[in-house]
Write a protein that binds this ligand. Structure first.
Ligand code: BGC
Length: 828
């Protein structure tokens, strides 16, 4: 048990609290606050999202429009940030958001999200950094340090193995111990050890059969005892299952709170001794320590916000995070040459951010059209498609193709729309909308050079890939994404971003394809073979490999030296710019694993760096990583083991473009010995296609069978119960409200406000079928009392008397006088 003692002052304060006050400190209120204790001068904390800016809603009106939120710089989303491969930019963005948070009175920023991109189909990949734990950890750590340097706390989320949206409220991620340690926990570990985040947010899902919000192994033994975390663990919004079990496991703060049942359960458990006094006091002390730590509004007055500097930073990240996926020399464009046709709604209304809890209200935006017009570029424009309408619009399509008949070069702005990609639901395909596919094919058929400028938060299938002149991936580039596009397209800036995830040709080739979103039991049967760790050894023919990205110049790598001692491996190499333009190159250092008895990925990223090199010049880059990071997690010893053997250092421009190699022999470790059964060794010596029978053996217990209930249950998805009487009623009730908002939003005049409302309402409508009664109750801020939720499930199970008892026992908490009514959508 972690026993970091509170300061004497905190201990004394805890001593003055009544049981009721302690219980109240451990839950949130009014969607975004913790409870204070006025009598003792303990103030409330204000928490808000993250991670791409500050999403501070002005009032709990229930709407998700931009008008309801305070303006804040809308930075490129995390996936774009990581594609810069420059952690200093992550620190700078964190510091800027921290500064804006402080100015808006935010105590805790709910960011960063560091879950791994296990599947290209996860709707929330845009909020994450990478499929690789090193990239995720390094960017997450720098971001946390940046935010916290401004006196604002962070909440690293979602702890852990939250890799899909469709089953996030009820699902069980079945992950073997080694994959958990080497991949899913590793970014969190780095961040906790390096950056000491003030809080961690536990995920909604279950991990190996236990809800993360009540997993003592995760929240206490690993997080605190092993990694030394000394902050507060809070739930994701509505992630509590059993509140007392959560507290006992090490989850201090229940968000968004106002669940009378939870407060009563704490009080009852404290009174009957099931919740020991020291556990309760320790949790209260941790909350009070957090209150003390959030110093910015007492002692550290918020510094001034330099909006122009933040806007410039957002543009810079968008430029450096853009990835030139393909180019036959058409890019950069010569702006003095005529014959340019621009096609695609995304040109005028660039999709610069994702939907859901990270939606930011930017003070201003720059579309590509704004940026082209500011430069006086000569072009014709055809809208081509409507992103809120996935079916082709024949008239728009005809107009675009007719215009293309006389064009030399066509810039096509497209990718994923807000109806296709969002928090709250996953995609089922990597294909883009039919309307965009048809348009691209038609444009290519005219014989014009077609450049595809992509806005998308996750990999897509690129139609007609071989016939396109160039593909420029902007990802979701933040409020000045259009300016970044113009700088890159016209060669004012040279692309230098690289992919932080593999781009398979279709979703069927993804490393998690055998399992992803097949049901509530997510079998992480690929184990350690995630992303490039899978594709490398499986020989998948990819669209674009991890680490890939082109430049308008070319680089050569020369004179590799590798030195190592028992502690560190030092790698240095010359990067020579052999082209005619200044540019920047991301140098990736992978280590090919030894061939021992323990199955391993072929190679793994161990360090990386970005170097700016003037045309014709050469720069020496020096990189290092700890030798200990070559260790694998040994499931017999439950610890890291470094194996002796012949490794190889690979200096590469992507996983598929290895430029120089050097041997690395390890003597200081241990002889190779497999901790697995022969069946597991056999099944996992190469990446498994399908789910091997040995998976249960690897996990160490039988894989649970999904319960095939169609009834409304506390922990089932509403959508799965839609055919039942109660399930149908419930689903219609919750979706109905969202649908009304969606219809109202669709009726608004064209513009940013409409876009924001449409995507937010769509997010709610699409997410609700994945909700469980329990999660809904826990996130409703008291609107759906837990007793009522339980009563409904009992009624659905045919126990009317029991149901009546539950319902009558459910009491709504009295709203606090200052509180505006909290509605379901906000208090998700
Ligand atoms: C999301 C979190 C977010 C929270 C508050 C949840 O649904 O998963 O990432 O911080 O809502 O908006």
């Amino acid at each position: 048990m972690h026993t970091a003692a509170p300061t004497a002052a905190i201990a004394e304060l805890v001593g003055q609290l009544t049981l009721e006050e302690k219980a109240s400190l451990l839950e949130g209120t009014e969607a975004w606050n913790t409870n204070g204790v006025q009598r003792l001068g303990i103030r409330r904390l204000f928490l808000t999202d993250g991670p791409h800016g500050v999403r501070k809603v002005r009032a709990n009106t229930g709407a998700f429009g931009l008008a309801e939120a305070e303006p804040s710089t809308s930075f490129p989303t995390s996936t774009t940030l990581a594609k810069t491969w420059d952690p200093e930019l992550s620190r700078a963005v964190g510091a800027a958001i921290g500064r804006e948070s402080a100015a808006l009175g935010v105590d805790v920023l709910l960011a960063p999200g560091v879950n791994l991109m296990r599947s290209p189909l996860c709707g929330r990949n845009f909020e994450y950094f990478s499929e690789d734990p090193l990239v995720s950890g390094v960017f997450g750590s720098a971001f946390v340090q940046g935010v916290q340097s401004e006196g604002v706390a962070t909440s690293v989320k979602h702890f852990a193995a939250n890799s899909n949206e469709d089953y996030r409220f009820v699902g069980d991620s079945v992950v073997d111990e080694r994959a958990l340690r080497e991949l899913y926990l590793r970014a969190f570990e780095r961040i906790v050890r390096e950056a000491a985040p003030a809080t961690v947010m536990c995920a909604y899902n279950q991990l190996n059969g236990t809800f993360c919000s009540e997993d003592a192994s995760l929240l206490t033994r690993i997080l605190r005892d092993e990694w030394g975390f000394d902050g507060v663990v809070m739930t994701d919004w509505g992630a509590t299952n059993d509140r007392v079990a959560g507290l006992l496991a090490g989850c201090e703060l229940d968000m968004p709170g106002d669940v009378a049942h939870n407060r009563a359960a704490i009080i009852a458990a404290a009174q009957d001794g099931t919740l020991p006094a020291e556990v309760l006091d320790r949790a209260a002390a941790r909350i009070l320590t957090l209150v003390e730590r959030c110093t910015h509004d007492h002692g550290h007055p918020a510094g001034p916000v330099d909006e122009a500097a933040h806007a410039a930073l957002a543009t810079r990240v968008a430029v450096e995070g853009a990835v030139l996926l393909a180019n036959d020399g058409t890019l950069p464009l010569d702006r003095s040459r005529g014959g340019l046709l621009v096609v695609g709604e995304g040109f005028e209304r660039m999709r610069f951010q994702g939907a859901g809890s990270s939606l930011i209200a930017p003070p201003t935006t720059t579309s590509a059209k704004d940026a082209f017009d500011a430069r006086g570029i000569d072009y014709r424009f055809a809208r081509g498609y409507r992103s809120l309408d996935l079916a082709p619009d024949e008239t728009l399509e005809r107009e675009a193709l007719a215009a293309a008949a006389t064009a030399e070069t066509v810039l096509f702005f497209g990718g994923l729309g807000d109806l296709e990609e969002s928090e709250g639901f996953d995609r089922t395909t990597m294909a883009i909308s039919e309307s965009q596919q048809r348009l691209l094919a038609g444009l290519v058929a005219t014989g014009a050079k077609v450049v595809f400028v992509v806005s998308a938060g996750a990999p897509i299938e690129i139609p007609c890939a071989d016939e396109l002149a160039a593909v420029l991936l902007l990802s979701l580039p933040g409020m000045h994404g259009g300016e970044a596009a113009a700088q890159l397209l016209f060669g004012e800036a040279n692309p230098s971003g690289k992919l932080t995830e593999s781009w398979p040709k279709t979703a069927a080739d993804a490393s998690s394809a055998a399992d992803f979103n097949r049901g509530p039991i997510a079998q992480y049967a690929e184990s350690i073979y995630v992303g490039y760790r899978f594709h490398d050894a499986a020989g998948t023919e990819l669209a674009y490999p991890f680490g890939h990205g082109l430049s308008y110049t070319t680089f050569e790598y020369r004179d590799l030296t590798v030195r190592s001692d028992d502690e560190r491996v030092l790698v240095s190499v010359d990067v020579v710019n052999t082209g005619a333009r200044d540019g920047a190159e991301v140098v990736q250092v992978y280590v090919r694993n030894n061939r021992g008895r323990v199955f391993k990925a072929d190679k793994e990223l161990r360090t990386f760096g970005k170097v700016h090199v003037a045309a014709g010049d050469s720069e020496r880059i020096e990189l290092a990583f700890p030798l200990a990071e070559l260790a694998y997690w040994d499931v017999a010893e439950h610890g890291w083991v470094l194996e002796n053997g012949a490794y190889e250092v690979l200096v590469a421009a992507s996983t598929a473009d290895i430029r120089l190699t050097a041997p690395l022999v390890v003597f200081s470790g241990r002889p190779s010995r497999s901790p697995y059964s022969p069946t597991v060794d056999r099944a996992y010596s190469t990446p498994p296609h399908g789910i091997p029978g040995a998976f249960a053996d690897l996990v160490g217990r039988p894989i649970p069978a999904p319960r095939a209930t169609r009834r409304l249950e506390l922990n089932g998805r509403l959508g799965d119960a839609r055919g039942s009487l109660f399930g149908g009623i419930m689903l219609r009730a919750v979706v109905g409200r969202g649908q009304k908002d969606l219809d109202a939003a669709l009726a608004l005049p064209d513009g940013l406000e409409r876009d924001a409302r449409v995507k937010s309402a769509n997010f709610v409508v699409r997410m609700m079928p994945s909700m469980s009664l329990r999660a809904m109750s826990m996130s409703s801020g008291g609107v759906l009392p837990y007793g009522l939720a339980r009563g409904l499930s009992e009624m659905a199970a045919g126990h009317p008397i029991r149901a009546l008892r539950s319902i009558l026992g459910a009491r709504r908490p009295a709203p606090s006088p200052a509180a505006a009514p909290v509605v379901l959508q906000e208090a998700r």
